[in-house]
Write a protein that binds this ligand. Sequence first.
Ligand code: JB3
Length: 219
Amino acid sequence: MPRKAKIDCIVFGGGGHARVVMECLRLSGVARPVAVVDANPALRGQRVAGVRVAGGDESLPGLKRRGLRHFAVGVGGTGDNRLRQRLFELGVAHGLQPLEVVHPTAICSPDATVGRGVQRMPGSIVNTGVVLGDDVIVNTGAIVEHDCQVGAHAHLASGSVLCGGVRVGMRAHVGGGAVVRQGIMIGDGAVVAAGAVVVKDVQPGDVVAGVPARPLRRR
Ligand code: JB3
């Protein structure tokens, strides 16, 4: 049952991830999405999950004049997190506050440190001693075990597992169902393909896949 929201907010992106973000905001009662900002001109004036698309990123000053002060990044992406970083920084540059997005079934240790705009999706688990940087997505059913450190804008996709003490760099992507062995380091901007099992460190920008994971290429 959705709780009564306290604040109105803007959501960047009007695709699948944005709809999940909006549902989390509504169910947790943290905020009421009232405007979607999307680069696709064909979406302008349409509704996404019942919320009107105000226009592209250029519509932000007008939305601020309407009194909106908060935003959530509703773009997920499946590998390249640079767009998510750009949108997060755009919102902050416009003087808007990033909202934490938390599904009511997400679990988080009181001893975890969570950055601004972090998204913890249905059934995700964040264990003790974890540090999540700004704008990290812990997607549906993902597990972040004790003492992991996850850099800003990284995306831990649905069902992925970071065992204890893993370090994930900024903008890195850990694909759906991937498992990362304890103590491993994944470099900035690296991509772990879906289903991979990572047992060796991954260099910045590398794309790794398979069981055990091996480098495919460098981005
Ligand atoms: O795997 C799961 C559970 N979810 C995936 C998620 C993590 O990533 C999902 O299945 C998709 O693969 C993907 O969802 P996302 O990011 O919502 O993708 P899509 O449905 O393609 O929507 C992205 C939206 O962002 C599109 O409507 C684009 O027009 C919009 N967009 C692209 N560039 C932008 C920009 N919007 C703004 N405001 N600014 C941009 O620069």
